[in-house]
Every structure is written in structure tokens, then in C-alpha cells.
Design a protein around this ligand. Structure first.
Ligand code: F6R
Length: 606
């Protein structure tokens, strides 16, 4: 959460900082600010709200300075207003921060006793005054090293100094930070996405490291303050992917491009000529893996939950799933013969990273399924399986969810085949079906009119429920999550069979209930559960797959039929109408679809 940019150049930097902040807005968008340095003065401008409010409130283009830092905020300590917005400055130091300082209360007391005055409610301001304090007695690098050691918690920092006209200091612990290299200028940024418009030459800081960025030189240091050398990576740049094209929102574009993204991913992994799956350089022997633990947050966790059903269907491996924020603090019994799989679109989610770090420290086998291959989770895993779906900008995950479940399914099929747990003919049949999945997704997309007509009912109701059994249960959870995060209405996902154990009490006349009942092994049971909610007055939206057999039930409010395929692949198709339901509900309400309130795309705080 929060996005950082810093530029040290031989020309004015304010316009480029603002452009980069616009790109970083997906990381936080409740307040924004920047500081430039000119003629020994720190020029600080800050605003509540988005980058365009900063542009409206200040004459940014005329803000002088060849060096500067900027920040978009997702509030943790202190309400989102212009005082709590970053940068925070003392008389000689200005800081932007992504993360949380856990010992800020103690440090604040210590600094107040030393005579420092605080203006904001943020934890970040202690960093500013701590550096100012340490600079009284120490040289720059020693002051930075000491300050970083005094801070508990997580941070990525960008720091400028009134008396050092050409320097930005960057530091990283727990939150991502990258350095970029350009002609007569160098950069600091939360991620390569913010820097890509300016450069594709990047160095990622690792845990505990800090750097000194000048327009013509970058130096790196470890946490002891010792100089280190780091590699420069060249990233492939494809700016076109970051464009909304003709779509009103990134989310709409990302839903519609799913046939293409999954086709690309299938091509990466499935060798249709040899009827096999290519997972190259898998670092372990198959008999070294006896169990699987899948870990993620939010939508990525739903991917893990679905994978558990596939694992159990196609292998005899023991499978556990976990929410990263729970896993990281539990007394885990680490098992040498377990494979720990981390699922994350961004590859930067703090809880998922901490869970991975814990496994690495316990010398476990770690594999990550990510979209951003330069991310911290990808870099620190033993093995990476990218989902190849291109940048996902809408905060609500859509194409990345399909990408995650696709790669999980491919991995599971491959493990099943390597473990001789699937008949070769069935394996080939499932691969053939998989290759036809993009065209089935394509055919499932055009339900817009029906869904647009249905969506006001979900917006107007007190709440709604999403029900499914088996493979459809994780999809029900995902559908409910999408609706609540975009439309701000209460929605709950439930296993259909659990309704009578409590939630059935919620059902009342006219309550919208989505029932996911594809014609799979659970179909009849789910239809019975559907009748129980209809009998209590629910307005049921049934989502099933096409079949020659009619659904035998009365009083279904609306039905959407997705394409037909083998049972394993139905979850992909069931997801599509739910993504659209959330999209159109939010559109009707006029909400900010790509940036729902209180959320951020990359959750780099715990
Ligand atoms: C919901 C959503 C979030 C993310 C979660 C994990 O639409 O996008 O629930 O899935 O914050 O993010 P990643 O996948 O980046 O680890």
C-alpha cells in the first residue's frame, strides 16, 4: 500500500513525478503529495484525495527543483487528509514512506523529549525527526544506518535533504522498492510499473538495503552500512498494455481480455503437439513431495481453495490451504516433504510475503504463482510459475484470478501425471479440453444485457448470498467478494449445504441469491438447496451450464447459462457472469470501479 517515486535529474522533475504518481495510484489513493528541492528550500505540496486534486490545488508545473519525491497514500496511522499526506518534513529532511513503523509511539516520546515538534498523526513523521536527530552527530551514511536500525516494522523510504541538493536516499525493509536508471537522471520507485515510462533498467533493493541515488550515480549499501554491488535488470516494456483502450474502465477491459490472457498462458505451459505440460526446471523430484500447502489472501486465497478440490480430484496428495495472515502467526508444523505454494497477483502482498519468508527460513520447498515476475514473492521463491496475464490495473482482481486458477490446474494435472495418478487417455482429453477453454470463455462473455438488468436488485437489497457446492463454492466466495468490494453492498458466499445451519434465517422475501449449480456431481444437491431458499422468498439467479435437460424447479427469478465443458473447467466459466454482475452493479451506482473505496491494488502492509 502507498506508492513512492523519487527522481534526481538535471532538469525539472515535478511533471514526471506527477505522471508517475498517477501510475502509482493503484497502490493508494486517499491522499497525495510531493516535495522538490530548489535553492536549498524543500517545496512541499500535499492534498487529500487523488493526484488530480493535487494538480487542481497547486501549480505543479511551476514547482521548481531538479530533485524530488512523491507519494500516494493508503492511510494506516491518521485520517486521510492533507496534513497526514506525505511527504513529511523537518527543517532539513523530507520523507515519503510505505509501510508501518511499529515502535512509532516510543520513538515519538523520545524525539519530543529531544525538542522535536510533530505536525501529523502519522507514524512516518518519527522517521523524519529521527534522521534529523541522528544527522546532528553522524555523517549521512551512518545516520541512515542508525535510523533504519532504530525502526521496527516495515518500510520503503524515499528521503531528500535540504543541504544535499542532488541526493535521494532509498531504503527497504518489508515493502518493495526499485531503482531505475535513465539518461542524466535516476529514479526510485515502489515498482517497475511506475518507472517503466522512464526506463526499463531496474535494480530491486533487497531486505535491509539502502541506496544513495544521484542523477549520475547510484550506490547501494547493506543494513550494516557496507557498500555492495547489485545487478541491473533489463525489463521488457509494453506500455500499450497499460492503456484502457476503448473501455470505460480497466476492469471492463480486463474481463473482456480473459480469452486472450488464458490462451497466452496455456501456450506457455501446454505442448499441444506432444500432448503434455511443460513445467521446466522443476527443482524437486516428484517423490520428494508428499503434501501441498497453498497460501494466499483475498481472491488469491479463493484460487487456493479451488485448487484443493482439483488436487483431491486428480491426486492423492494431502492438501492444506491457508490465509497468509493466519499462517504467518500460527504454530506451523513444517514438513520437509511438503511443497508450499504462494499465490499472489502482485507478488508483493505483505502477509503472503511474510508466510513465504517464514517457509524459506525453515528451509521448506517454496513455489509461487504470480503475475508480476519481478516481484518480491517471485524473487524469493525457489520456483516461480507466472500466470502470464499482463498487468492488472483494476483493483478488483479478474483476469489474474482466472490466470491463477489456470496455472494451479495445469500444475495439478502435471503432478497427477508425474505421479501416475491419471490415466494417460484422460490426461490427453483434459489437455484437449483445456486448449478449448479460451473459446468457451469468449462465448460466455456476452451476457451483458441480462446482467445489467439484474444488477439493480443486488444494489437495492439489504444484502445478497452466493451459494455453491464443491468446485462452485470457491467461485461463490469470489462472486460475493467482487460484489461487496465494488458495489459496497453486503454479500456473503456460502457452501449451499451449510445454509440450513444458520444463514437460512437471513433469507426473506425478495432477497437476491445467486446459486451456482453447474451440471456436475453436486448438481442435484445444489438444486435442492436452491429450492429451500426459493421457498423462503429468495429471488434466485441461477447460474448453470448449457444442457439439453431443463432445470426442474419452479420460481427461479433469472437463469444464466454458461458454455458446457468438463466439470474441472466449469469454475472458469461460472466466474465470468459474477465478475460482470459486480461490474454492472458498481457502474449503476456510479462508483469508482477501478479504485474502490478503502482498498489498494498492492497490499504491502499487514
Ligand atoms: C480482490 C482482490 C484482493 C487480492 C488480495 C491479494 O478483488 O484483488 O482480494 O486478491 O489483496 O492480492 P495479491 O494477489 O496481489 O497477493
Amino acid at each position: 500500500m502507498c506508492g513512492i517515486i523519487g527522481i534526481s535529474s538535471n532538469k525539472s522533475v515535478s511533471a514526471n513525478i506527477v505522471n508517475s504518481l498517477k501510475k502509482l495510484e493503484y497502490r493508494g489513493y486517499d491522499s497525495v503529495g510531493l516535495a522538490t528541492l530548489s535553492d536549498g528550500v524543500i517545496n512541499e505540496v500535499k492534498s487529500e484525495g487523488r493526484v488530480n486534486s493535487l494538480e487542481q490545488n497547486f501549480d505543479i508545473k511551476n514547482l521548481k527543483g531538479n530533485i524530488g519525491i512523491g507519494h500516494v497514500r493508503w492511510a494506516t496511522h491518521g485520517v486521510p487528509n492533507s496534513i497526514n499526506a506525505h511527504p513529511h518534513s523537518s527543517h532539513n529532511v523530507s520523507v515519503v514512506h510505505n509501510g508501518i513503523i511499529e515502535n512509532s509511539t516510543i520513538l515519538k516520546k523520545f524525539l519530543i523529549n529531544k525538542g522535536h515538534n510533530f505536525k501529523s498523526q502519522t507514524d512516518t513523521e518519527v522517521i523524519v525527526h529521527l534522521i534529523t536527530e541522528n544527522l546532528k552527530t553522524l555523517e549521512l551514511e551512518e545516520a541512515i544506518t542508525k535510523t533504519l536500525k532504530q525502526l521496527h516494522g516495515s518500510f520503503a523510504l524515499g528521503i531528500v535533504f535540504k543541504d544535499i541538493p542532488d541526493l535521494i536516499v532509498g531504503a527497504r525493509r518489508g515493502s518493495p522498492l526499485a531503482v531505475g536508471y535513465g539518461p542524466n537522471e535516476n529514479y526510485l520507485g515502489s515498482d517497475s510499473y511506475a518507472l517503466k515510462a522512464m526506463t526499463n533498467k531496474i535494480t530491486y533493493l533487497d531486505e535491509g538495503e539502502f541506496c544513495l541515488v544521484k542523477k549520475d550515480q547510484v550506490l547501494f549499501f547493506n543494513e550494516e552500512g557496507k557498500k555492495i554491488n547489485k545487478k541491473i535488470l533489463e525489463l521488457s516494456s509494453n506500455e500499450a498494455n497499460y492503456d484502457k483502450g476503448d473501455f470505460k474502465h480497466f476492469m471492463a477491459k480486463e474481463i473482456e481480455e480473459q480469452p486472450t490472457t488464458i490462451k497466452t498462458c496455456i501456450k506457455e505451459y501446454v505442448d499441444s503437439l506432444n500432448k503434455d505440460i511443460n513445467i521446466l526446471n522443476f527443482p524437486w523430484k516428484i517423490n520428494e513431495i508428499k503434501s501441498i500447502t497453498l497460501i494466499g489472501c483475498g481472491t488469491a486465497y479463493h484460487s487456493c481453495l479451488l485448487a484443493k478440490y482439483w488436487f483431491e480430484e486428480l491426486t492423492t496428495l494431502d492438501v492444506t490451504i491457508d490465509i497468509a495472515s493466519e499462517f504467518r502467526y500460527r504454530k506451523n508444523r513444517f514438513k520437509k516433504d511438503a511443497l508450499y505454494i504462494f499465490v499472489s497477483q502482485s507478488g508483493e502482498t505483505a502477509d503472503t510475503y511474510a508466510a513465504l519468508d517464514l517457509c524459506n527460513k525453515n528451509k521448506m520447498k517454496t513455489c509461487s504463482i504470480v503475475n508480476v515476475i519481478e516481484s518480491s514473492i517471485a524473487r524469493d521463491s525457489n520456483f516461480v510459475l507466472p500466470i502470464h496475464c499482463g498487468p492488472e490495473i483494476g483493483v478488483a482482481s479478474t483476469k489474474a484470478f482466472l490466470g491463477q486458477i489456470l496455472v494451479l490446474y495445469i500444475l495439478i494435472l502435471k503432478l497427477s501425471s508425474l505421479r501416475n495418478e491419471i490415466d494417460i487417455k484422460l490426461y490427453h482429453k483434459k489437455l484437449k479440453d483445456l486448449i478449448s477453454l479460451p473459446s468457451l470463455v469468449e462465448k460466455t462473455l456476452p451476457h451483458d444485457n441480462d446482467i445489467q438488468a439484474i444488477s439493480p436488485t443486488f444494489n437495492e437489497a439489504k444484502g445478497s448470498m452466493f451459494l455453491g457446492r464443491g468446485f462452485s463454492y470457491p467461485i461463490a466466495l469470489e462472486g460475493a467478494l467482487k460484489l461487496k468490494e465494488l458495489s459496497y453492498v453486503h454479500a456473503e458466499g456460502y457452501p449451499a449445504g451449510e445454509m440450513k445451519h444458520g444463514p437460512l434465517a437471513l433469507i426473506e422475501e425478495g432477497m437476491p441469491v445467486v446459486v451456482l449449480a453447474p451440471r456436475d456431481d453436486y448438481y442435484k444437491k445444489t438444486i435442492s438447496n436452491m429450492q429451500e431458499v426459493i421457498a423462503r422468498g429468495a429471488k434466485v439467479l441461477l447460474i448453470t451450464n448449457k444442457s439439453k435437460d431443463e432445470v426442474v424447479s419452479e420460481n427461479i427469478w433469472e437463469t444464466i447459462e454458461v458454455e458446457n465443458t468438463n466439470n474441472d473447467l466449469l469454475p472458469f466459466l461460472l466466474t465470468i457472469p459474477l465478475q460482470k454482475l459486480a461490474y454492472y452493479s458498481a457502474l449503476k451506482k456510479g462508483y469508482d470501479i477501478d479504485k474502490p473505496r478503502n482498498l489498494a491494488k498492492s497490499v504491502t502492509v499487514e
